[in-house]
Design a protein around this ligand. Structure first.
Ligand SMILES: Nc1ncnc2c1ncn2[C@@H]1O[C@H](COP(=O)(O)OP(=O)(O)OP(=O)(O)O)[C@@H](O)[C@H]1O
Ligand SMILES: [Mg+2]
Length: 489
């Protein structure tokens, strides 16, 4: 991919005694067909011959983009891209590659072999994919792509955010890519609906918010799903959890305990929910409910439901709550709700309390204790007129286990706490922590490190696990250090 500094110098042969730049006069090709990304043209008054002599990086950028969009426009004029996009596979890509190569040769510009190949693959990416994002989407280590306007693209790899050299031509080019993403899931992003959630073909979650709400240009946040989702083996390998804790969680899921995962933004809630769900036996009928379908359950009997935003007239919204109420009529053995963040919270507790044991969900809270408070706040903000004590009672009788997922300094993600909800004492919900992570410090690489411990407290539901056929060795609850991170020097 071309970063700003890597834009090639375009050598332009003399034509009729004078040197031409690759920049094209505005309007020379008429309006761009809709399949080509909109581009800005070079300023009309620019002197062509002076440009090549002392070309500044910005000029080269302009010329390069101009050449690229000119070839792209010519490609659109040459081919029926709509028909082509219906055919898939490498054959079509190869066919179009040949056409682009031919168009490159017809331009009055000399490009070396490498630059030409780069140009061709960028045009292919614009035509068949998401333009400048294609290279990032192929990198399996990237977990998030964060676009702040056309000239600033950050990525997260292994918990670290870095600025890339990737950029879009301008706002219009970025908007073109956003349109491509959101229209593929039947949504739109414009002045009427300037905030939109969507999904890429590989399941990655996308949020786009555009001006005037996003002040510095369209902003896009992509939460990637790697080709290989994180598994329990990975969790153990990354020291996010210990095998004893996994064994315990597996038993809890099999025994139909109601579990809430609590964590902050990007802490790993959905990943953990997905992995907890993997312990649900194949014989159960599972209904999943999400805003943007992120869960990837492997079981054979899964019904996936996704909420729907309102249409342009503000009608037709189907909320998580609507779906949850509907799911209760679908004879589910398990209900998995991606995240409770509003009125559905009370319905979820009620479902857990009324025979839908074994349900799983996540909430945005920073600790297991905070989870109770968040639930209270969400129920009250949804306008239910319930005394706090009644909400706490609902929580205490519905939820068996709260797990806190956290992203610590420097990126490591840990299961910080697994706590049993015991009941109420007076006005308060009582919990006991069974396993926890204790941070010791931050190592030489800037990463938090610490140790997992079993607190020595035994869950009161051991009998329930036993009757579900998942008796655990009581030894795993004995007070001890389970594992300690090796800090980097
Ligand atoms: N234990 C882990 N080790 C390493 N990476 C992880 C771990 N758990 C999750 N991740 C990665 O962290 C990123 C965030 O994970 P996830 O989407 O599950 O978080 P989240 O809390 O649901 O985020 P959000 O608040 O945005 O919904 C993902 O890229 C995921 O692959
Ligand atoms: Mg999530």
């Amino acid at each position: 991919m071309f970063g700003r500094s890597k834009v090639p110098t375009l050598k332009v042969p003399k034509q009729g005694g004078s040197t031409e730049t690759a920049a094209e006069k505005p309007g020379a090709h008429g309006p761009a067909p809709s399949a080509a990304p909109p581009v800005s043209h070079a300023p009309a008054g620019k002197s062509p011959s002076a440009a090549n002599a002392a070309m500044k990086a910005g000029d080269r950028d302009d010329e390069y983009y101009e050449l690229k969009s000119r070839i792209h426009r010519q490609l659109v004029e040459t081919l029926d891209l709509t028909a082509l996009s219906k055919r898939s596979g490498e054959d079509v890509r190869e066919e179009v590659r040949q056409v682009i190569a031919g168009l490159c040769d017809q331009q009055n510009v000399l490009l070396n072999y490498n630059d030409k190949q780069k140009l061709i693959s960028e045009i292919l990416d614009e035509t068949f994919g998401l333009g400048p994002l294609e290279g990032l989407l192929k990198d399996p280590l990237i977990s998030d792509i964060l676009i702040n306007g056309p000239k600033q693209v950050y990525v997260e790899r292994k918990g670290r955010l870095t600025l890339t050299g990737i950029s879009f031509r301008d706002n219009a080019h970025l908007m073109h890519v956003i349109d491509k993403i959101v229209s593929s899931v039947g949504r739109r992003c414009d002045e009427v609906s300037p905030m939109v959630d969507a999904r890429l073909k590989d399941g990655s979650r996308v949020n786009a918010i555009i001006p005037p709400l996003a002040i510095d240009g369209p902003s896009v946040s992509i939460r990637r799903f790697g080709a290989d989702p994180i598994t329990w083996d990975d969790y153990v390998r990354f020291n996010s959890v210990t095998p004893e804790m996994v064994e315990f969680l597996k038993a809890c899921v099999i025994a139909h305990l109601n579990i809430i995962v609590a964590g902050g933004t990007g802490s790993g809630k959905t990943t953990l929910l997905n992995n907890l769900s993997s312990f649900i036996p194949d014989t159960d009928r599972i209904v999943t409910i999400e805003d943007a379908a992120e869960l990837r359950l492997r079981q054979p009997h899964v019904v996936r439901l996704e909420s729907r935003p309102p249409n342009i007239e503000g009608k037709g919204r189907i909320s998580i709550r609507d779906l949850l109420i509907n799911a209760l009529r679908m004879r589910p053995d398990r209900i998995v709700v991606g995240e409770c963040r509003g009125a559905e919270t009370l319905d979820m507790l009620q479902a857990m309390n009324t025979g839908h044991d074994g349900s799983l969900t996540t909430i945005h809270a920073n600790s297991v204790r905070d989870a109770v408070q968040r639930v209270e706040t969400m129920v009250m903000m949804a306008g239910f007129d319930l005394p706090i004590k009644a909400i706490r009672q609902q929580f205490a009788s519905a939820v068996h286990l709260v797990i806190n997922a956290s992203r610590l300094t420097g990126g490591p993600r840990k299961i910080m706490s697994i706590a049993e909800v015991q009941g109420m004492e007076g006005e308060a919900v009582t919990m006991q922590e069974i396993f926890k992570f204790e941070q010791i410090g931050v190592d030489g690489a800037g990463k938090a490190y610490g140790r997992f411990v079993a607190t020595g407290l035994r869950p009161t539901f051991l009998e329930r696990l036993k009757s579900a056929g998942v008796a655990l060795d009581p030894g795993i609850f004995e007070r001890r250090v389970l594992s300690t991170d090796q800090p980097a020097q």
